[in-house]
Write a protein that binds this ligand. Structure first.
Ligand SMILES: CC(C)(COP(=O)(O)OP(=O)(O)OC[C@H]1O[C@@H](n2cnc3c(N)ncnc32)[C@H](O)[C@@H]1OP(=O)(O)O)[C@@H](O)C(=O)NCCC(=O)NCCS
Length: 221
């Protein structure tokens, strides 16, 4: 990323689309600018690897609260991109259907984990969560959190504390899953919106990686 991020301090990044340049100009925090640029470059790398051309040949839209659309490139392409950032980690998924992706770095101390769990977890999720050893609860909670955020993104919805408990994520067998969770040593990553027909072309997880299948759905009101 270094050559692409070298421009981050200024406003001129030649490979950004006009929409992305406008959006970048509204982002003032240096880390957020870097995340924005890294996500946009990673997305272009995925497009070039899958559909051809060079990363800089691809153009993306840049809504502040929706997934980016492919607006130009060497071929007409209906693939959709999903992006997520946390600290210096950036994740991207390129698919032919709406997938949601979310990544969260481990290690940031959560001051009121129990309060957050009350806010975000349904009764049945909370029951599973309380069965975890105390030292595993923060990372365990991030599993539910990333699955819920990824579900929101797959459905183009916004984060709303009032509805988080109504999105329910439960571990299931692979055949019944619509979501996959990777728990690595320093981050958790969730992908939601899979079905049995979704081909997964994934990087090999690290030997310490824990991979689980989940079903995420919205509980009836
Ligand atoms: C969707 C949402 C939950 C993800 O937020 P997040 O975890 O902070 O951010 P992530 O880094 O994981 O993902 C951001 C990326 O997801 C995409 N995205 C943003 N909102 C999206 C949405 N509603 N649906 C699909 N994708 C979305 C964008 O590509 C964005 O990256 P970019 O801005 O660099 O292009 C969040 O954007 C949201 O709802 N925000 C508005 C409301 C809010 O913040 N409320 C707080 C109340 S507690």
């Amino acid at each position: 990323m270094a050559p692409q991020l070298r421009h981050a301090a200024g406003c001129s990044v030649p490979w950004l689309s006009p929409a992305e340049t406008l959006r970048l100009a509204t982002i003032t925090a240096p880390r957020r600018r870097d995340q924005f640029l890294a996500g946009r470059w990673l997305g272009r790398q995925a497009l070039a690897a899958r559909h051809g051309g060079l990363p800089q040949d691809w153009q993306l839209s840049a809504p502040a609260d929706a997934t980016p659309q492919v607006t130009g490139g060497p071929i007409v392409c209906s693939s959709t991109l999903g992006l997520s950032h946390s600290g210096d980690t950036v994740a991207c998924v390129l698919a032919d259907s709406a997938l949601g992706i979310d990544v969260e770095r481990h290690g940031r101390r959560v001051l009121d984990l129990a309060g957050l769990a009350d806010l975000a977890l349904s009764d049945v999720e909370r029951m599973y969560w309380l069965e975890l050893p105390v030292e595993s609860r923060q990372v365990g909670f991030l599993g539910w959190w990333t699955l819920k955020e990824a579900w929101l993104k797959a459905h183009g919805r916004m984060l709303n504390p009032a509805t988080l408990r109504g999105i329910v994520a439960l571990p299931v067998r692979a055949e019944a899953a619509n979501a996959r969770l990777w728990c690595e040593a320093d981050f958790t990553l969730a992908l939601v919106g899979l079905d049995a027909a979704t081909p997964l072309d994934l990087a090999t997880p690290s030997p310490s990686s824990v991979v689980q299948w989940w079903q995420v759905s919205e509980a009836a009101a």
